[in-house]
Design a protein around this ligand. Structure first.
Ligand code: HEM
Length: 507
């Protein structure tokens, strides 16, 4: 009922009639296309769809990944499901995901640009573009992020500096319960900001605060049930309230980035690039000077690439760090062992990346946090670039494909205790850290996360610095058992709202 109210902002009988006609046409198209393709090819199995609704009655739109995981138990590791009239092939389990994304990388590399993502990015940037635009922007982002220190000392220094600012904020609460969300968002956002803009922001900067808030709100709204409905029935666009909110936030963000780009343009020195934006502006200038007409280094691509890096670089890593603190408060015996190891190996000095190899238990805990936090359960949707024959099935060119990452992170054939927090998943009998292939929170293949090595560095440095200085506990009167691990609804999975105490360990 709430969903219907959310969708129908201004119902008029004329619009409803129009809707009914379009639905009827969709039904005719849906039935004819399904029956003809079924006659010719063996498609992945799946639940029988209803006209128009497809399999919607069997899918929890707020947590579709949960429904899809249970369907995979019935239909296997590759199955077809209809989100309304939209046919989607779901890939489940580590082996199938790896085979598709890595061994058949080219066939599965395209992004499925659903209506909300098309509105959102207009085909520019990295996350929601395909073809030459995607290749060029991804290549540019990866090489520039590397030049500015992704996975190297440059980023390490930026992150270490930011851990100090974050600790100062935590200290101000003097051990009293508080919501860690906002300070963690600001600190993480400042790392990608420093790389992109060339400098960090004060946590009190009004534009920075707004940009983080718009980005976070959009990620939450994109995961809402009404946006899933809009993706299936895009003609509903003017009635979907959340779409309007998303577009307002998006326009504001793009305007904000534009203002910052203009400021950097005024002081640009091609011999001394301060960040990724300067590098882009130099490429743009060179293309203009050489009269290159079809260059992809234009303003729109710059704005949307920056928006992508800012959004993807903030929400994901901040959500993971947010889970880290909650899980430490929930499992104090694990926190004890992490702190014992940090105290013994690092002592009072600032932890650095070099320490990771000497902190196997802490490293295992961070991996286990990422496995259990499962923040991107369905990755981002892909499509097939051509007709694909895969594991005995036929998948038509252009079919939407969902890599169900959660099914690899909790694959019962891969993990000893898939549903419980167990750092031993990443330790051998001698207590040494072991890599696990089915650990794939960053996805795999050609679309694998651009920021993986940066995110891993951020998680290690923030986690060790915070645990070195604070003991994280539930608020007084709340037991560890009462700390809820149910994720909030959103496109990426964050913990439900909660407060924690950060008690200074030096006191
Ligand atoms: C814990 C942190 C992170 C996680 C779990 C994560 C996870 C993911 C996942 C699952 C995808 C989709 C891959 C696919 O389509 O199969 C992705 C894509 C992407 N991520 Fe991340 N990410 C994280 C941090 C970051 C950071 C810090 C950045 C910024 C530097 C970033 C930038 C991107 C970009 C630009 C893409 C799009 C890649 C493409 O379409 O080619 N991510 N990430």
């Amino acid at each position: 009922m709430a969903l219907v109210e959310e969708l129908l902002l201004q119902p008029t009988s004329r619009s409803i009639l129009l809707g009914a006609v379009v639905m009827l046409l969709t039904l005719v198209y849906f039935c004819s296309s399904r029956s003809s393709s079924q006659q010719q090819w063996k498609e992945p199995p799946g639940p029988k769809p209803l006209p128009i609704l497809g399999n919607l009655l069997g899918i929890d739109l707020k947590r579709p990944y949960v429904s899809l995981c249970s369907m995979s138990k019935q239909y296997g590791s590759i199955f077809t499901v209809y989100f309304g009239p939209k046919k989607v092939v779901v890939l489940a389990g580590y082996q199938t995901l790896k085979q598709a994304l890595v061994n058949h990388a080219e066939e599965f590399e395209n992004r499925d640009i659903t209506p909300i993502f098309a509105d959102f990015n207009k085909g520019y940037g990295i996350l929601f573009s395909n073809g030459e635009n995607w290749k060029e922007m991804r290549r540019f982002a990866l090489s520039t992020l590397r030049d500015f220190g992704m996975g190297k000392r440059g980023s390490e220094e930026k992150i270490i500096k930011e851990t100090r600012y974050l600790r100062e904020v935590f200290e101000q609460f003097k051990g009293k319960p508080f919501d860690t969300t906002q300070p963690v968002n600001y600190a993480i956002s400042n790392i990608i900001s420093a790389i992109v803009y060339g400098s960090r922001f004060e946590y009190s900067d009004p534009l920075f605060k707004d940009m983080v808030a718009w980005s976070n709100e959009n990620i939450r709204l994109i995961g809402s049930a009404s946006i899933q409905v809009y993706n299936m029935f895009p003609w509903l666009h003017s009635w979907v309230k959340n779409r309007k909110l998303i577009m307002i936030n998006r326009e504001n963000s793009i305007k904000g980035i534009n203002r910052l780009v203009d400021r950097l343009q005024e002081t640009l020195n091609p011999q001394d690039c301060r960040g990724l934006i300067d590098c882009f502006l130099v490429c743009k200038q060179k293309a203009e000077e050489s009269g290159e007409k079809n260059t992809l280094f234009h303003k729109q691509n710059l704005l949307y690439t920056v928006a992508n890096l800012f959004g993807a670089g903030t929400d994901t890593t901040a959500a993971t760090l947010h889970w880290s603190l909650l899980l430490m408060a929930k499992y104090p015996h694990v926190q004890d062992r992490v702190q014992e190891e940090i105290d013994r190996v690092v002592g009072d000095r600032q932890p650095v990346m070099e320490d990771r190899k000497n902190l196997p238990y802490t490293d295992a805990v961070i991996h286990e946090i990422q496995r259990l936090a499962n923040i991107s359960p369905m990755s981002l949707p892909h499509t097939t670039t051509c007709d694909v024959h895969f594991q005995g099935f036929f998948i038509k060119k252009g079919t939407s494909v969902l890599p169900l990452l959660t099914s690899a992170l909790r694959d019962e054939n891969e993990w000893e205790t898939p549903y419980t927090f167990n750092p031993a998943h990443f330790l051998d009998k001698q207590g040494r850290f072991v890599k696990r292939d089915s650990f794939m929170p960053f996805s795999a293949g050609r679309r694998v996360c651009v920021g993986e090595s940066l995110a891993r560095m951020e998680l290690f440095l923030f986690f060790t610095s915070l645990l070195q200085h604070f003991r994280f506990t539930a608020p007084p009167g709340v037991s560890e058992d009462q700390l809820d691990l149910t994720p909030a609804v959103g496109f990426t999975l964050r913990p439900s709202p909660h407060k924690l105490c950060a008690i200074s360990r030096s006191a």
